[in-house]
Design a protein around this ligand. Sequence first.
Ligand code: GTP
Ligand code: MG
Length: 201
Amino acid sequence: MEITSAEFVISNTDVEKCPTGTLPEYAFIGRSNVGKSSLINMLTARKGLAMTSATPGKTMLINHFLINQNWFLVDLPGYGYARRGVKGQDQIRTIIEDYILEREQMTNLFLLIDSRLEPQKIDIEFMEWLGENDVPFSIVFTKTDKLKGGKMRGNINMYLRKLRLQWEELPPYFISSAETRLGRDEILSYIENINNQLNSK
Ligand code: GTP
Ligand code: MG
């Protein structure tokens, strides 16, 4: 799919204030600093569209970006950033959970996982929570440019093995890099397919 337009629409802490209407949306979630905002910029090929930072905790709000005038990408705050403090983390958690559970337009959630790390408890538990709540999601392994090919494959296979212990069926997964644009075509085709299915209903 070609991205012909991508524009920032609105930032919110409140799911009630997100854009009205029925356009489908695709949201990005994961630990702070995993690369959510960078992935949105990579997918849209617009460098400064979503704000990124080397310091975790950059995105604090629910950010809607209108793509090709007919669907949204949604950048969410990351979870698990300890320096926010317990209260700060609880606030972010509430924003994220309310959005995920209440936003009917949310068609698919992309859960981002840092390909360099061993499976992290916080991500595994987050996935369990998604499963319990029947939230449709897929996984994106990020920052693969930082690993050599063999190591990258090894890490991802280990991750999938761990998931198979818990999940009968694995969610779709993508291997990405915001630096090399690896995974861009696959993720955009995946979104396009879902959009087409929704349009043919
Ligand atoms: P929060 O908004 O704080 O939750 O973080 P985020 O998940 O949106 O991460 P962000 O996109 O701001 O990226 C965090 C840091 O990781 C930045 O310094 C990015 O340049 C870097 N980064 C993100 N994706 C990649 C990638 O694929 N490869 C490399 N090498 N660096 C990346
Ligand atoms: Mg961000």
